[in-house]
Design a protein around this ligand. Structure first.
Ligand code: PMP
Length: 456
């Protein structure tokens, strides 16, 4: 695509290295430049409208034009645009938000520590748990177990927890002390004839074997999203979490629930941990905490985690960690207003109603020769594309089929995301049933178009 030299597209290509983008290909095709948002839609600089089927990056829960969030930011910006939380300092919004999060937590939690992104939060949790192990006089307890296809971020430590090859390859990751166990994706990973129940047992057995191989006294925590997001919207079998938690309890391994996508309604409850009966010691949230209007993330820790950390900070004289913008007052004020909107408008009720509708619409496509699996919960779903349905295989180049369908969808005015061959649906929680119909119709037409293009 050629863009005139002074166009935003050309200037972007000239000056900007994008995340999660093939840089050389970007030089050829340039960016889609988004200009404004309205409800579940965004508009590019040429005026074309797109239904945002991913809520940005699984995050704009209340939609793209919520005036109350703008007002909350403006009000706080005028009163106190910044203050920090180091050395016994606080401000109103951070106090209110900490209290609100402890009140909302799905299991009893003791304290909240604020960070600015999901990656920073997971990175910080690793530091907190190292500190805790040292405080407890268990300096060997520093190994963290995460899962293949899990996503926990991109800093050196959080990318190491992430179980996706592209986040490790050429970055010399993972760092030491991180292990991965299998992903709970029954459709993909099951042995021939293996039931979901038997598969869940095998997942728990593999985790137990890994803990034993490492030495239970060296394993600090198990890290997991209730439902895997960026790894392809992988919904675990019904008995997966009970079986996994039995193993964790047996060996005294802490559970860190990464609720960065699931948190604040996405699965039909305030937290994915509630949907799956999880009893985490640490919960990480971000994204829908502020509907991504401003960057903010938070770590909720229970007393079992807080107590030793507090003691250690006393022994040393300070807790040597914190970010300039931890608990930023404007981001915290926006988060509080965002949580109020989710509650007042019963957006979680909408997730349940419209999520069921989305599922029904997608399930109606399950007979399509190019759709291998439909999966999801609440208002997060994915459709896995295949070329050979019985063999569950796609094209020779991994990700090519998914990328093709997502590209056709974008041309047709729906922005989705392909994770490998899975097309994800995670729209703003305000979406209506009619808008879901439009989104799924564009998806279906795009799969048909890909079928024609591939000569199938
Ligand atoms: N954890 C999960 C579950 C995520 O989905 C993401 C982002 N997609 C992260 C962590 C990382 O968050 P961030 O991009 O804000 O660093």
């Amino acid at each position: 695509m050629t863009h005139s030299p002074n166009s935003p597209e050309a200037r972007d290509v000239a000056h900007h290295l994008h995340g999660y983008t093939d840089a050389r290909r970007h030089e050829e095709v340039g960016p889609l430049v988004i200009d404004r948002g309205e409800g579940v839609h965004v508009f590019d600089i040429h005026g074309k409208r797109y239904l945002e089927a991913m809520a940005g990056l699984w995050s704009v829960g209340v939609g793209f034009s919520e005036p109350r969030l703008v007002a909350a930011a403006t009000k706080q910006m005028s009163r106190l645009p910044f203050y920090h939380t180091f050395g016994h300092k606080a401000q109103g919004p951070v106090i209110d938000l900490a209290e609100r999060l402890i009140g909302l937590a799905p299991v009893p939690m003791s304290k909240v520590h604020f960070t600015n992104s999901g990656s920073e939060a997971n990175d910080t949790v690793m530091k907190l748990l190292r500190y805790r192990s040292n405080a407890l006089g268990e300096p060997a307890r520093k190994t963290f177990i995460a899962r293949a296809k899990g996503y926990h971020g991109v800093t050196l430590a959080s990318a190491s927890l992430t179980g996706l090859p592209n986040n490790h390859r050429s970055f010399d990751l993972p760092i030491a002390g991180i292990r991965h166990t299998m992903s709970p994706h029954w459709w993909r990973e099951a042995l021939p004839g293996e039931t979901e129940e038997a598969f869940a047992t095998r997942c728990a057995d593999e985790l137990e074997a890994l803990i034993l191989a490492e030495g239970p006294e060296t394993v600090a925590a198990f890290w997991a999203e209730p439902v895997m997001g960026a790894g392809g919207v992988i919904v675990p079998p019904a008995t997966y979490w009970p079986k996994i938690q039995t193993v964790l309890q047996k060996y005294g391994v802490l559970l860190v629930a990464d609720e960065v996508i699931c948190g604040f309604g996405r699965t039909g409850n305030w937290f994915g941990s509630t949907t799956y009966g999880m009893n985490p010691d640490v919960i990480v949230v971000s994204k829908q905490l502020s509907s991504s209007y401003l960057p903010i993330s938070a770590i909720l820790i229970n007393e079992r985690v807080y107590g030793p950390i507090a003691d250690e900070s006393k022994r040393i004289g300070t807790f040597g960690h914190g970010f300039t913008a931890s608990g930023h007052p404007v981001a915290a004020a926006v988060a509080l207003e965002n949580l109020a909107i989710i509650e007042e408008r019963d957006l979680i009720g909408n997730v349940r109603r419209v999520g069921a509708h989305l599922r029904a619409r997608l399930d109606a496509l399950a007979g399509h020769p190019m759709i291998g699996e439909i999966r999801g919960v609440g208002l997060i779903a994915a459709a896995e594309l295949v070329i050979d349905k019985p063999a569950k295989t796609a094209l020779d180049v991994p990700g090519r089929l998914g990328g093709m369908v997502a590209g056709i969808m974008q041309d047709k005015g729906v922005i989705s995301r392909a994770m490998g061959e899975a097309i994800a649906f995670c729209p703003p929680m305000i979406i209506t049933e009619l808008q879901v119909d439009e989104m799924v119709a564009v998806f279906a037409a795009s799969v048909d178009e890909a079928k024609v293009r591939l000569g199938l």
